[in-house]
Write a protein that binds this ligand. Structure first.
Ligand SMILES: Cc1cc2nc3c(=O)[nH]c(=O)nc-3n(C[C@H](O)[C@H](O)[C@H](O)COP(=O)(O)OP(=O)(O)OC[C@H]3O[C@@H](n4cnc5c(N)ncnc54)[C@H](O)[C@@H]3O)c2cc1C
Length: 586
């Protein structure tokens, strides 16, 4: 048997990047292909909860036990991605006492530290909890940054020799003589780092083994190989609030249901979620009532949410899987466990295994299991080291505290940069150049942003997920153009504009579901800044149509006067008169 193997991993989410890292650390030659950016799928659209296991302590104790084990591992190896906020399972007067007791006992049976707090003690921890909250169970839930974690896994895989190809979509699985021998991928630009306006190409990649870690899309890859992988995608909505209304993960202590978790995440709080089976992981309705339900229901726990500003909403799709024949109709009943489908054993198709189901919190354990499986195929005996070896940035976490002292980092900007970069702070921030702030909301400086651009080519969305720039309160209003500016002069103006447009679209996507109250004002301000002052709305002055300047110049009008008709009011540069010819030089 050979002591090395070339392995192709499909999917740049937590599972795929975790597998790529593990296999590369064991000495295998790995290429990972991802159709979008890293975290493009479910991993970039989750709640950010590092489970203690408390959530599953009654319904699924095996998962609960795995969660607490991995919770401890991730605190060690990914310290710069985790914030140990702690968590509360909160009981309202109408919630069942018996269930509260079952939860407490379940936690203890699974080895999850759990302590009961009175309503008063819980409110001392979280002052915005509803006044009538009866009591709570305290558990070690945390918040985790999925973007930073995946990038760190991919970076570590690269350090161990792996090739990571983003914007490389698998369009075919190559099968020869009844065996999977590789993949055909379509590069958006490249191969290599993404650069807009660089033509893409298709490439055939051959390998000894293929791992299908494409999550909710695993069925599509299965179809390409001619095997059935019956994933049951289930969507969930999350709504981001403008500040951290809570500093602890707040869960409702009742059997699993919709809208029962609030996760404090960086500068915001994320409300979630729902669980509804969908046909297609790309095409499903995103509805306003789902957002309303998040706010209304979770306000029963934290009433101030009713008054808070919602900055955006997003949906993710769980890659749930159930072995054939189980026949569960309710998606909330489908196990959160993961399954390894060896297509040689299952379908008589050697050369490929799919991994489906699971949770973000247990991604490393899933990666270990599948890497063991691949190594066994090739008779490779190298041990898994991912539970012990820190991810890049978490190598020596005491460095963070040292930096805080050394630089007197009370400033939120310095503090947050160092928190994000962890042990890479020195390498990235010690620059002789001026280091202005690019994104105020998330406290991202030029040095940190330049480091991200280094890793992501002209792709501003990829730089965004590495730094969080444009993910805060203004949603890119005050920083998107500065981010774009950082691409110059390395990239041509047209490349920079396209990258900026793409970033705008991504930011806009989530705000569409939050257009009321203060967020509507913020969105209109962003529109005014970008669309009108930078002409991103293709103002008539550029397109050749004419502008009714009198709509601006007529001064305030009284109801009933000419020009007071709201439907004729200029909102974005004046109303257009198609019959007027444009007056050049005006
Ligand atoms: C609403 C919601 C909330 C959640 N909250 C939590 C939580 O708080 N904590 C927790 O532990 N778990 C949570 N989860 C579960 C967790 O997010 C997922 O289990 C996990 O992110 C799945 O990761 P993955 O890598 O398997 O899949 P993905 O992240 O989806 O990765 C698969 C990748 O494959 C790529 N791909 C697909 N087709 C192709 C192709 N043809 N070619 C190339 N690439 C392809 C996709 O673009 C995608 O990036 C949540 C899930 C949802 C839906």
């Amino acid at each position: 048997m050979s002591d090395s193997a070339e392995v192709l991993v499909i999917g740049g989410g937590s599972t795929g990047t975790g597998i790529a890292r593990d296999l590369a650390m064991r000495g295998l030659d790995v290429t990972l292909v991802e159709k979008g950016n890293l975290t493009h799928g479910t991993t970039g659209r989750m709640h950010g909860l590092l489970h203690s296991g408390g959530r599953y302590a009654v319904s699924d104790q095996a998962s609960a036990t795995e969660c607490i084990e991995e919770n401890r591992v991730l605190r060690d190896i990914a310290a710069h991605c985790v914030e140990m906020t702690g968590g509360l399972f909160v009981q309202r007067p109408e919630d069942d006492d018996e269930y509260f007791q079952e939860k407490l006992e379940g936690c203890r049976e699974c080895g999850i530290p759990a302590e009961v707090l009175s309503g008063e003690e819980a409110r001392e921890m979280e002052p915005y909890l509803a006044k009538d909250v009866k009591r709570a169970i305290r558990v070690p839930d945390g918040a985790i940054d999925p973007f930073r974690l995946c990038v760190a896994n991919a970076a570590s895989a690269e350090e161990h020799g792996a090739r990571i190809e983003t914007h490389a979509e698998v369009i075919d699985v190559l099968v020869e003589d009844g065996e999977v021998v590789g993949l055909e991928v379509k590069h958006d630009s490249g191969p290599g780092k993404r650069e807009h306006h660089t033509p893409g190409e298709t490439e055939k990649l051959y390998a000894d083994y293929v791992v299908n870690a494409s999550g909710a899309w695993a069925g599509q890859i299965g179809d390409m190989a001619g095997v059935d992988v019956a994933v049951r995608p289930s969507k969930g909505v999350m709504t981001i609030m403008n500040t951290r209304q809570v500093d602890t993960v707040v869960n409702r202590c009742r059997p699993k249901g919709d809208a029962d978790i609030i996760v404090p995440h960086e500068t915001a709080a994320i409300l979630g979620t729902t669980d509804e089976e969908v046909e297609d992981p790309d095409e499903y309705p995103e509805e306003q009532w789902e957002v309303d339900m998040m706010i209304d229901t979770l306000s029963e726990l934290v009433p101030i949410l009713q008054e808070a500003r919602t900055i955006r909403s997003f949906w993710g799709v769980r890659p749930l899987y159930e072995p054939p024949g189980t026949g569960t109709t309710d998606p909330t009943d489908i196990t959160r466990d993961f399954f390894l489908l060896d297509h040689e054993d299952r379908d008589d198709l050697p050369g490929m295994t799919s991994i489906v189901g699971g949770k973000f919190t247990t991604y490393r354990m899933m990666a270990e299991k599948i890497s063991d499986h691949v190594c066994e195929k090739f008779g490779i005996t190298a041990e898994c080291r991912t539970a012990d070896e820190p991810l890049p940035g978490s190598d020596d976490f005491s460095i963070l505290r040292d930096y805080m002292d050394e630089f007197g980092l009370r400033s939120p900007i310095g503090r947050r940069s160092v928190q994000r970069l962890g042990s890479r702070a020195d390498e990235v921030l010690k620059t002789g150049e001026p280091n202005p702030v690019i994104c105020e909301c998330e406290a991202v400086t030029r040095a940190e942003f330049a480091d991200a651009v280094e890793g992501s080519g002209s792709d501003l969305n990829a730089a965004r997920i590495r730094t969080r720039a444009s993910m805060g309160n203004c949603q890119g209003g005050f920083c998107a153009h500065r981010m774009a500016n950082e691409l110059a002069p390395k990239y041509e103006a047209e490349v920079v504009r396209t990258a900026l447009d793409e970033l705008y679209q991504e930011r806009w996507k989530g705000q569409r579901h939050a257009l009321w109250g203060d967020q509507l004002s913020q969105a209109m301000l962003n529109y005014a800044l970008h669309a009108t002052t930078m002409n991103r709305d293709r103002d008539p002055a550029r397109t050749g149509a004419s502008v009714d300047f009198s709509a601006f110049d007529g001064g305030p009008t009284e109801p009933g006067e000419a020009g007071a008709d709201a439907s004729a009011a200029a909102t974005d540069g004046g109303s257009l008169r198609e019959d007027e010819s444009r007056q050049e030089g005006r």
